[in-house]
Design a protein around this ligand. Structure first.
Ligand code: FRU
Length: 512
C-alpha cells in the first residue's frame, strides 16, 4: 500500500503523526526529562550519531504510527550540548523498492559538508525458504541542510558470501583518501544455523564498494562454548592507542553473571594493522544493566569518543506503550580504555542539568535504615562510601519507594563482591536483578541518574569514575517518591552523600 503514495506524501504523513502525538507522550508519567525519547510511537537503535557543523545529531530507528516496532523510519534530533534535544522532521521514510519494508540501522558521515547517511534497506521477499525470506541491501541518502534528505538508492547490494537473510547495519569511516565500511552478517551453512560475522569493504567515493575480507567472526573471539548467530550494529574505532570492535551479538547463552539480557552489546579490543584487525581480548559486555543495546559511538569536536545506546531491550515489558510511546536513549557517555576495559562516564555537560544541590549530613549507618524523600523524579545522587571501614553484608539505597512496597534497590553485596540493582519491585511487574563487580578500592562512588522511567548507575573507584555501569528501565508510580539508605548486618561509613534535582530539559524544550 505504502508504495502507491509518493515519498514526499509518506514523509508528510509520518511528520504530522509525530507532531500530533507529542502531546500525549510528553504528559506520560514515565516520559523522560533529560533522555532522548520519541515524541510518539516507537524508538530503537541510535543511528548516524555525528558531530556535524558544530551540532550533535542523533538519528534513530523510528515508527511514528504506533508504539510498536513497524516499518522503520529514521527519526532525527539535534542538540548543541548533548542534553537539550530538539526533535527534527523525520529524515527517512521507507517504501521505495530498495527499502520497501524499512530503513534499518546505519551511520552518518560528513562528506565534505554533505551530511550523508548509509543505511540498510529491508525488503521482505515472501519467498518460502528461510535464507531468502528477507533481503537486505545498503543504501545512501544525502542532505545539504542537515535536515532534509534525498534518497539515492542502493550502493551495496550483495553480501560477501551466502547469508541467511541478515546483512545489515553499515558503519563507515574515512582514513586518508579511503572510505571503509563494516557491516554485520549471518553466514549460511548446511544446517541453516549460521554464525555472526563482520565484513570489511572499502571505497573511494562512498558509492562503489569492494569487499576487503572478514574483519572478525564468531568463530574466533567469543570465549569457548559461546556461539552467536548474528552480529548487529558493528562499530570500529580507535581508543587510547588501541582499536575497538563494538557490536551487538545475538544468540549468546547466559553464563554466570554474563549475557543475562536477551541480546548483548559489547566489544573486543585489538589493533588495526595494514587493514587487518588483530583481536587481543574476548568479547566483553559494555554495561551490566537490563536495557542497553545497539550502541553507537562518535568523535566530537573536543576529541572525545562519545557513546549513546538504545535504553531498552527487545521483547522486554514496555509499559509506556500504553501512553503511546516506547524506547529511549541512554545518557551520552564519554569512553576511555584502561587495561583493555572500556570505562564510561556521563559527558561533563550533564552537570549543567543540576538545578539545586543538597548535602545529606549522614555519615554512619549501623544495621539500620535512614528514610528521606526525593523532591523530584529527576535526580542525580552521588554516594561516596569508605569501603575499607564498611562491613555491612549489604548496604545501599532504595529509591522511588512507596508504602505498598514499590522500590528500586541498589546495594553493595560484600560477600558476593557485587554491586546489585534489584528491580523486582520497580513497578509494572518488571523483573530481574543485575549486578557488576565490586571494585577493589578504598572509596567507592555510586553516581546514580534517575529519570522518570530509568536508572543509570556509574560505579567509581579510587582512580576512575565509570569503572562499571548498570543501566535499566524502571516504571514506578508517580507518587513513589520515598527513598532510604540502609545497612544490613554491619556498618556503612559514608564520606559524602549529595543529590541534585535535575532540569526537565525535554519539557523545557516543548513548553519553554
Ligand atoms: C538492532 C536491529 C538492527 C536493525 C534494526 C531494525 O536492534 O535489529 O540490526 O537494523 O534493529 O530496527
Amino acid at each position: 500500500m505504502t508504495q502507491l503514495i509518493s515519498y514526499d506524501q509518506r514523509l508528510i504523513k509520518a511528520n504530522e503523526t509525530q507532531k500530533k502525538g507529542s502531546v500525549t507522550a510528553l504528559s506520560s508519567r514515565w516520559y523522560p526529562g533529560y533522555h532522548l525519547a520519541p515524541l510518539t510511537g516507537w524508538m530503537n537503535d541510535p543511528n548516524g550519531v555525528i558531530f556535524f557543523k558544530g551540532e550533535y545529531h542523533v538519528f534513530y530507528q523510528y515508527y511514528p504510527f504506533a508504539p510498536v516496532w513497524g516499518p522503520m523510519h529514521w527519526g532525527h534530533a539535534k542538540s548543541s550540548d548533548l542534553i537539550h534535544w530538539e526533535t527534527l522532521p523525520i529524515a527517512l521514510a521507507p517504501g521505495d523498492a530498495y527499502d520497501k519494508d524499512g530503513c534499518f540501522s546505519g551511520c552518518a558521515i560528513d562528506d565534505n559538508g554533505t551530511l550523508t547517511l548509509i543505511y540498510t534497506g529491508h525488503i521482505i521477499t515472501n519467498k518460502p525458504h528461510e535464507p531468502e525470506t528477507i533481503r537486505q541491501v545498503q543504501c545512501i541518502a544525502t542532505s545539504q541542510d542537515g535536515i532534509h534528505f534525498e534518497k539515492h538508492g542502493i550502493v551495496l547490494s550483495e553480501p560477501p558470501e551466502k547469508v541467511i537473510c541478515h546483512f545489515r547495519d553499515p558503519r563507515v569511516w574515512q582514513e586518508k583518501d579511503h572510505w571503509f565500511l563494516i557491516i554485520g552478517y549471518r553466514t549460511d551453512d548446511d544446517h541453516h544455523q549460521g554464525t555472526g560475522h563482520v565484513a570489511l569493504y572499502s571505497s573511494k567515493n562512498l558509492r562503489d564498494w569492494s569487499f576487503s575480507g572478514t574483519l572478525l567472526s564468531d568463530d574466533s573471539r567469543l570465549p569457548a562454548g559461546m556461539r552467536s548467530y548474528m552480529w548487529e550494529c558493528p562499530d570500529f574505532f580507535p581508543l587510547n592507542g588501541h582499536h575497538i570492535l563494538m557490536f551487538s551479538p545475538q544468540g549468546l547463552e547466559p553464563q554466570g553473571y554474563q549475557n543475562r539480557n536477551l541480546y548483548q552489546n559489547g566489544y573486543i579490543v585489538g589493533s588495526w594493522v595494514e587493514n587487518q584487525f588483530k583481536p587481543q581480548t574476548f568479547f566483553t559486555e559494555l554495561d551490566y544493566g537490563h536495557d542497553f543495546y545497539a550502541a553507537q559511538r562518535f568523535e566530537d569536536g573536543k576529541d572525545r569518543q562519545i557513546l549513546i545506546a538504545w535504553f531498552d531491550m527487545w521483547e522486554s515489558n514496555k509499559p509506556s506503550q500504553r501512553d503511546g510511546w516506547a524506547g529511549s536513549m541512554t545518557l551520552p557517555r564519554e569512553l576511555q580504555l584502561v587495561d583493555n576495559h572500556i570505562l564510561m562516564t556521563p559527558v561533563k555537560e550533564i552537570e549543567n542539568l543540576r538545578i539545586s544541590e543538597k548535602t545529606h549530613a549522614i555519615t554512619t549507618l549501623n544495621n539500620e535504615k535512614h528514610h528521606f524523600r526525593l523532591n523530584s523524579p529527576l535526580q542525580e545522587i552521588e554516594l561516596i562510601i569508605d569501603l575499607r571501614k564498611s562491613n555491612a553484608a549489604q548496604a545501599g539505597l532504595a529509591l522511588r519507594t512507596n508504602n505498598q512496597g514499590q522500590e528500586t534497590v541498589i546495594y553493595i553485596d560484600q560477600s558476593q563482591k557485587r554491586i546489585v540493582l534489584d528491580r523486582n519491585r520497580s513497578g509494572q511487574n518488571l523483573q530481574g536483578i543485575r549486578s557488576c563487580p565490586l571494585p577493589e578500592t578504598n572509596k567507592l562512588t555510586l553516581r546514580i541518574f534517575l529519570d522518570r522511567s530509568s536508572v543509570e548507575i556509574f560505579v567509581g573507584d579510587d582512580t576512575y569514575s565509570g569503572r562499571y555501569t548498570i543501566s535499566s528501565r524502571i516504571f514506578p508510580e508517580k507518587d513513589s517518591m520515598g527513598a532510604s539508605l540502609f545497612a544490613i548486618e554491619g556498618k556503612m561509613i559514608i564520606d559524602s552523600f549529595k543529590s541534585w534535582v535535575l532540569q526537565d530539559a525535554n519539557a523545557l524544550y516543548y513548553h519553554p
